[in-house]
Design a protein around this ligand. Structure first.
Ligand code: TXA
Ligand code: MG
Length: 314
């Protein structure tokens, strides 16, 4: 049923309203440093079910649970030494850890899609932190876009995709990181890189003294990492030096285009601009050609998202 979506701001009044809506079991889109999330009380099965409905998301896809403080994680999951090191280094921040659940965790089983593990993250965004603290519980939040579409990095993107389908969006401007969190799971105690993201593989390797394992050959997987994802409407062609007829060019560094992710070749700037520029080029209609992005640092997360955007549509 269509509903009026409130456009709230990061004031005391806006935060109180957003926290109350979450307590009432309603859906609130909230800013994080990576992308806007579509939040619901992670203990309330009806509220979590509404996330899947609003996004039109396949129900086998588990959600990330957002917490106000690193210590809150110990209420839900069995901790290990690598998780401790990663959390100490990168929480609050754009890192998600997938760990085995305690039996009396109290989270809705819809959050985990029935898996024995849960994905946890402590966001660094001050407004996300204030909302999580005011709400006082775990918040399940996938990216706040209709399933399969481009992730939102502004409240405007959220409203474009979900207006009328959620109770409110809490607006605090554009997201600074711009790509989703890095997801690390564990095969026993061995860290496994399930999704490239805002914390780079190099940062993790420096901290742990070895690179995280690749998911292939491990007995854990990242369900929901569908090949075709983050898709603009038009066709996407990668590693382009110049546009073909009918294409809009997304540049990087010296390879220029209608828009340039970072004329200086700065990968952090490119990540922050990625989804906003996809939204803008998509609005022009037609196909999109994308300049090569170096496969290092945040470039790995950018290339992962670009590969999904360019994948054949299922
Ligand atoms: O930056 C982010 O991570 C954003 C913001 C809102 O926090 N959230 C986000 O959520 O990207 P979402 O739902 O779009 O992606 C969650 C991914 C799923 O696709 C799935 O691959 C993985 O997290 N995941 C969740 N629970 C898991 C589990 N128990 N085991 C393995 N992977 C899991
Ligand atoms: Mg998503």
């Amino acid at each position: 049923m269509p509903q009026q979506t409130l456009h709230l701001h990061a004031t005391d009044t806006g935060l109180d309203r957003a926290a109350q809506l979450l307590k009432d079991g309603a859906l609130v889109a909230l800013p994080t440093e990576t992308v806007y999330g579509l939040g619901a009380d992670a203990r309330n099965g009806t509220a979590v079910a509404a996330i899947y409905t609003a996004k039109g998301r396949p129900s086998f896809n588990p959600l990330i649970v957002h917490l106000a403080a690193p210590d809150d994680a110990k209420k839900y999951v069995v901790w290990n030494a690598s998780a401790q090191a990663l959390a100490r280094a990168f929480w609050p921040g754009p890192l998600t850890l997938v760990l085995p659940l305690f039996s009396d965790h109290g989270l809705s089983s819809l959050v985990t899609a029935g898996l024995p593990t849960v994905a946890l993250r402590v966001p660094a965004h001050p407004t996300a932190h204030r909302l999580l603290t005011a709400f006082g519980g775990p918040v399940a939040a996938p990216s706040a876009n209709p399933s399969g579409q481009i992730s939102p990095t502004t409240a405007g993107h959220v409203l474009e995709g979900l207006s009328g389908r959620i109770a409110a969006v809490l607006d605090d401007g554009p997201c600074t990181v711009g790509v989703e969190s890095t997801i690390i799971g564990f095969d026993g105690s061995t860290p496994v890189l399930l999704r490239e993201g805002g914390i780079t593989c190099e940062q993790i390797t420096d901290l742990l003294g070895q690179a995280p394992a690749a998911p292939q050959g491990s007995n854990i997987t990242a369900p929901g990492q569908l090949a075709s994802h983050y898709a603009p409407r038009g066709n996407v062609r990668l590693n382009a030096q110049a546009p073909h007829e009918g294409e809009h060019m997304l540049g990087f560094g010296a390879v220029d285009g209608v828009l340039n992710l970072s004329p200086d070749g700065d990968l952090a700037e490119a990540a922050a601009n990625l989804f906003e520029y996809f939204h803008r080029l998509d609005a022009l209609g037609g196909a999109i050609a994308v300049a090569p992005i170096p496969q290092m640092g945040l470039g790995r997360a950018i290339n992962d998202r670009l590969a999904r955007a360019a994948a054949p549509r299922g």
